[in-house]
Design a protein around this ligand. Structure first.
Ligand code: S3P
Length: 189
């Protein structure tokens, strides 16, 4: 397995960060690695990392599963939108969002207006393999994981495609996705 060489020098990365006036927001399916990639990207850019699901859990003092179970998905989406609004207002940072956030019209609009959306994408096989490592996702509780992941991916792809940056992260270490994001940002900014 090869690891891409770092795409930019330290000086180039510093210049890139100086050009950033908004948060970088990772969107894409559950299991694609938004939190892992986001953390690494934030470290590389020396920016704060924020995980929207963690922030929702902190605000609600409940896990995402508990929120879904006790109050239902619409209530979760409402809290998710409010938390993401707050995170977007916090200046340059890397924000990882839950897989459904960018499929919500109002939340997507907020992210497109106030952040730089990066769609992190993998094929269904890779997603199924990765979501299998953790069983805390309420939307995968009832039913066949492959069927649900495949269906949600198909439904959500037109929304994810509205992100100005699209990065594939099928195989190889997450560090490769980080390098590709940095390269894409450098061109886009
Ligand atoms: C969801 C994805 C989860 C979490 C919630 C709903 C979704 O986040 O927000 O379970 O709708 O795809 P991850 O993408 O981090 O798993």
């Amino acid at each position: 397995m090869t690891i891409d060489a770092p795409s930019l020098s330290d000086a180039e990365i510093r210049k890139l960060v100086e050009r950033l006036d908004r948060p970088i927001v990772l969107v894409g399916m559950m299991g694609v690695g938004k939190s892992t990639v986001g953390r690494k990207l934030a470290t590389l850019l020396n920016l704060p990392f924020r995980d929207a699901d963690d922030a929702i859990e902190e605000a609600a003092q409940m896990t995402v599963s508990e929120i879904f179970e006790r109050f239902g998905e619409p209530y979760f989406r409402d809290g998710e939108r409010r938390v993401i609004t707050r995170l977007l207002g916090g200046g340059p940072a890397v924000i990882a969002t839950g897989g459904g956030a960018f499929a919500q019209e109002e939340t997507r609009r907020l992210i497109l207006d106030d952040g730089i959306a990066v769609w992190l994408d993998s094929d269904v096989d890779t997603l199924v393999e990765r979501v299998g490592r953790r069983d805390t996702r309420p939307l995968l509780k009832d039913g066949d994981t492959r069927e649900i992941v495949g269906r949600l991916k198909k439904e959500r792809e037109p929304f994810y495609a509205e992100a100005p940056i699209h990065i594939s992260s099928n195989t190889g270490p997450h560090g490769n996705a980080v390098n590709r994001i940095v390269q894409a940002l450098d061109q886009w900014l």
